[in-house]
Unconditional design. Structure first.
Length: 164
């Protein structure tokens, strides 16, 4: 039954998400992903909606509103949260060496991890939307991709940190 519902709603969701995505400044795929998740949660808790097409239209508009609100509230970080502002030459040299070691390790990562982490480490302080556009992937994929890449980086750095 769930498969039939998903199959029946897919074209409508694609059209609705494409229509709403422009106004939110997000990717249609991100809206689709959020609505599919909402539908699965609903199926798990309440069962299928009585009027699936109308429910889907309302869910897409609701997710678009949520996305607009969230994007208005996004603010870039003011700086490195662990930067204590120490200007001691020795501390600056050590910080520069750590930064070089980190960037070298990032370059050794597999797949698109180097590009993703370089974008996240960029002094331009890019938003998820900008990073997703730069990498050509959906904004909703960034979190899981980032977690996977950070796990790879952690495994790569663990022996190096232990050696020092």
């Amino acid at each position: 039954m769930t498969h039939d519902l998903v199959t029946a709603l897919r074209p409508l969701l694609t059209a609705e998400a494409s229509a709403e995505a422009h106004s939110t400044g997000t990717e249609p795929g991100d809206l689709e992903q959020a609505v599919w998740l909402r539908l699965l949660e609903r199926l798990d808790a309440e069962g299928p909606p009585l009027d699936p097409e109308e429910w889907l239209r309302r869910a897409v508009r609701s997710e678009a509103r949520r996305t607009r609100r969230t994007s208005r509230l996004e603010r870039p970080y003011a700086g490195d949260p662990v930067d204590d502002g120490g200007h001691d030459p020795e501390q600056l040299a050590l910080a520069a060496a750590r930064g070089r070691a980190l960037r070298e390790a990032v370059r050794r990562l597999p797949g698109r991890c180097p590009r993703l982490l370089e974008a996240l480490l960029s002094p331009k302080d890019l938003t998820y939307r900008e990073i997703a556009g730069e990498l050509g992937i959906s904004q909703g994929s960034l979190g899981p991709e980032r977690s996977r890449c950070l796990g790879c980086l952690r495994r790569l750095l663990t022996p190096e940190v232990a050696a020092h």
